[in-house]
Design a protein around this ligand. Structure first.
Ligand SMILES: NC(=O)c1ccc[n+]([C@@H]2O[C@H](COP(=O)([O-])OP(=O)(O)OC[C@H]3O[C@@H](n4cnc5c(N)ncnc54)[C@H](OP(=O)(O)O)[C@@H]3O)[C@@H](O)[C@H]2O)c1
Length: 269
């Protein structure tokens, strides 16, 4: 039991990669705080984790696109004296279509969830981690943040690039303390992500070797943050793509992403 008495807060814990983080940290002995919008799912997962692993759980339903949500979560945990030792900022989705097809209200809510909530949750919980000299922060970014941007889902790749750079800065800032930060950069991962962004039909035509199950993605990320690896890319295929993007001349990697992204991004909804 590696994380006995530690508390892990996982955003977007009602499905996919977030639910997998919750199961994995609970199996390793951590108490789990689950947040997302679908409270019924969070409650069912909390019961499952308590029964399977004998850990404590806490459910806080919240819409992290609401600017008041991070403060509400922080205040609720502060009021009951529950510390956060491990923060997995994971909640997210992809918005299909070109930039002008989606209105500013939708883009603003997207940025609130994908950037601001990650930054604010970290700002709330990092001081406690530093004071206790123990903390783990994982931002769930994407391989999309490591390769050039492409048409469609316009703000998705930039939001993930922000998270990668943010995790690197945090890791550097916390060096010499007991706090470690990492950006997890998955490629295609089985979850509800492609159902939510309506690209299931497109991505189901991609070769299977491009996809990973959520479990190895999450286990690798937990290991990477323990080792102090600020940027972690899971899986051989994803590592190859990240390497190509670093190594090829910029014009070639831009062309490669331009050609390939047509296979899985909706430029027009
Ligand atoms: N799957 C992939 O291929 C892939 C690849 C690279 C990166 N990622 C990243 O991995 C992360 C998790 O995605 P996933 O693949 O696990 O997708 P998923 O199965 O669709 O899960 C997304 C989670 O985010 C939560 N969420 C979405 N909007 C929210 C909001 N406004 N407020 C609070 N929670 C919200 C959802 O819960 P509710 O709907 O209940 O709120 C759900 O728990 C995302 O950041 C995504 O960008 C995924």
């Amino acid at each position: 039991m590696e994380y006995n008495e530690k508390w892990a807060l996982i955003t977007g814990a009602s499905a996919g990669i977030g639910a997998t983080f919750a199961r994995s940290y609970a199996a390793k002995g951590a108490n789990i705080i689950l947040t997302a919008r679908r409270e019924d799912r969070l409650k069912a997962l909390a019961v499952e984790l308590e029964k399977a692993h004998g850990v404590k759980t806490r459910v806080i339903a919240a819409d992290l696109a609401n600017p008041a949500a991070p403060q509400m979560i922080f205040d609720a945990l502060q009021a009951e004296g529950t510390p956060v030792d491990i923060l997995v900022n994971n909640a997210g989705f992809g918005m299909p279509g070109s930039y002008t097809e989606n209105d500013w209200t939708a883009h603003r809510a997207f940025l609130e969830l994908m950037l601001v909530s990650y930054a604010q949750m970290t700002r709330h919980f990092l001081p406690g981690m530093l004071a206790r000299d123990y903390g783990r922060i994982i931002h769930v970014a994407s391989l999309a943040g490591l390769v050039p941007g492409a048409a469609g889902h316009t703000l998705y790749a930039p939001s993930k690039a922000f998270l990668i750079s943010f995790a690197q800065s945090l890791a550097a800032e916390c060096a010499g303390t007991g706090v470690r930060a990492s950006a997890l950069c998955p490629g295609f991962t089985y979850s509800e992500f492609h159902d939510v962004n309506a690209t299931r039909g497109l991505v189901s035509q991609l070769p299977k070797y491009m996809f990973m199950e959520a479990e190895p993605v999450v286990e690798g990320a937990i290991d990477a943050v323990e080792k102090g690896q600020a940027v972690y890319v899971p899986g051989r295929w994803n590592k190859f793509v990240a390497w190509l993007s670093r190594t090829l001349p910029r014009s070639l990697s831009e062309q490669m992403v331009k050609n390939q992204s047509k296979r899985f991004r909706k430029k027009h909804a």
